[in-house]
Design a binder for this molecule. Structure first.
Ligand code: 5GP
Ligand code: ZN
Length: 115
């Protein structure tokens, strides 16, 4: 079972900020900005490449919840960035789809060429 499925199953702890039947949001273990939260579907979808038409409602729900979670975190008004790394070139490390919410301070240039 993948690490995020273990978080969903409460087999490993996480600082959960939102949870419902379909999704979960929790603080990243290695925050890259003042606020760094990961939003995941409870369903194990490995990456963006694995989204199928049957996930339409789930993905719509997840996007509806992202601004609500940002408001709850107190970062919505000043803004934030949502990032979904995909595959090797996208820098994905955990193959359970997740949406990074980064904010609480200016996030910086959209991409960088640092290796
Ligand atoms: P990726 O590079 O796949 O887009 O991002 C994976 C993210 O998951 C990283 O930001 C990493 O810090 C975070 N992460 C990895 N393992 C854990 C964990 O066990 N708990 C939490 N809360 N975050 C994790
Ligand atoms: Zn998983």
């Amino acid at each position: 079972m993948c690490v995020f499925c273990k978080i969903v199953n409460k087999e490993i702890p996480a600082k959960v900020v939102y949870e419902d039947d379909l999704i979960m949001a929790f603080h990243d273990i290695n925050p890259q900005r003042k606020v760094h939260v990961l939003v995941i579907p409870k369903k194990h979808i490995p990456s963006v490449n694995d989204i199928t038409p049957e996930d339409k409602e789930l993905m719509g729900h997840l996007w509806v919840k992202i601004p609500e979670i940002a408001k709850k975190l107190g970062i919505a008004e000043e803004g934030y960035r949502v990032i979904v790394n995909t595959g090797k070139n996208g820098g994905q490390e955990i193959y359970h789809i997740h949406f990074h919410i980064l904010g609480g301070e200016p996030v910086g240039p959209m991409t960088c060429r640092n290796k």
